[in-house]
Design a protein around this ligand. Structure first.
Ligand SMILES: [Zn+2]
Length: 124
């Protein structure tokens, strides 16, 4: 058995020990069985969430959700970046930053609503 195979088995065994349920579906990236962990389907080897789809419509929705999740991550990153800059700003700069922050928060809120609609129960 290669050490790579041993590592995969070790990761899957750990998941089972922690109460994850092994599924009959395989990871599209590395072909090991997927696990259900806390209402999410995950590949423990790739360490990423997998969205299982049954038909074209579901696939379309899943792709849209993934795009929205990427957008959410970018927005959250920008908000963090702005937050870190806030303490050093003059009042005039603060006003400008807060306007951008307000806009980012509004778009983030709408993005989260759309993600929730496409993937009830949470994002990635
Ligand atoms: Zn995988």
């Amino acid at each position: 058995m290669s050490s790579e195979t041993r590592d995969k088995i070790r990761l899957m065994a750990e998941a089972i020990k922690q109460g994850a349920k092994m599924l009959s579906d395989l990871c599209p990236y590395c072909s090991v069985p997927l696990f259900r962990i806390d209402d999410e389907v995950r590949c423990v080897v790739c360490n990423r969430r997998i969205i299982l789809v049954k038909g074209d419509e579901e696939e379309r929705r899943a792709k849209a959700a993934v795009a929205l999740i990427e957008l959410r991550d970018i927005l959250e990153g920008k908000i963090k970046q702005l937050n870190m800059e806030l303490p050093g700003l003059s009042l005039e700069e603060l006003r400008y930053h807060l306007e951008i922050l307000e806009l980012l928060l509004r778009v983030l809120s709408e993005t989260n609503k759309l993600i929730e609609k496409l993937l009830p129960g949470g994002g990635l």
